[in-house]
Design a protein around this ligand. Structure first.
Ligand SMILES: [Fe+2]
Length: 207
């Protein structure tokens, strides 16, 4: 069984990026519902109980994939955020890669916002690393993850489903994405860059 991951911040601590109400709905209801549905599917099929969350994402399609992937995507999203001023800075190694691939952090983040704004409908914007350490921006639809059928590993994501921002920003997706820049957990993002594997979130959600 999976449970919501424990966050290193209180639901009030990401304000004004997200209000407590936005967090209560997004973390406490939307994310929780994906986990409830995933747990129901596991209860109904004992063969799934021994699988890691990452394996459930990689080996399935349809509703089971959707719920496992949304459980994974949201946990990754919460972990790549931090209260303002508490997220550290990009590692030297990641800074060099940002410089090489985008001409620096500012330019990368501008294009990251653009990737999120241009994602049609519901989905996710991602900063990913390839096997050679090169960086790439990717947009995925609905529950899709960037590491299935590719050799990319995610470093950073933004949830651009309307439920992620509508309470606080209404239709202003770009304003939400721009505001997120001051709430990035660079310690988490840099660790994702250092680690050559896709981050395992399984233990963080194992109940
Ligand atoms: Fe979401």
């Amino acid at each position: 069984m999976f449970r919501l991951p424990q966050l290193e911040y209180k639901l009030t601590e990401l304000a004004p990026l997200f209000s407590e109400e936005q967090m209560q709905f997004h973390y406490g209801k939307h994310h929780a519902t994906y986990l409830e549905n995933l747990n129901k599917a596991i209860e109904a099929n004992g063969a799934l109980a021994s699988k890691t969350l990452e394996a459930l994402v990689l080996e399935n399609s349809g509703p089971l994939f959707n719920n496992a992937a949304q459980a994974w995507n949201h946990t990754f999203f919460w972990f790549n955020l931090a209260p303002k001023g508490k997220g550290g800075a990009p590692s030297a190694e990641l800074s060099a890669a940002l410089q090489k691939s985008f001409g620096g952090l500012e330019s990368m983040y501008k294009q990251f916002v653009d990737t999120g704004v241009k994602t049609f409908g519901s989905g996710w914007a991602w900063l990913c690393a390839g096997p050679e350490g090169d960086l790439k921006l990717v947009s995925t639809s609905n529950a899709e993850v960037p590491f299935k059928g590719s050799n990319l590993r995610p470093l950073l994501t933004a949830d651009v489903w309307e439920h992620a921002y509508y309470i606080d920003y209404r239709n202003r997706r770009q304003a939400f994405l721009e505001a997120m820049k001051d709430y990035l957990n660079w310690n988490f993002i840099s660790e994702n860059y250092r680690n050559k594997n896709v981050r395992s979130l399984h233990q963080s959600m194992k109940g």
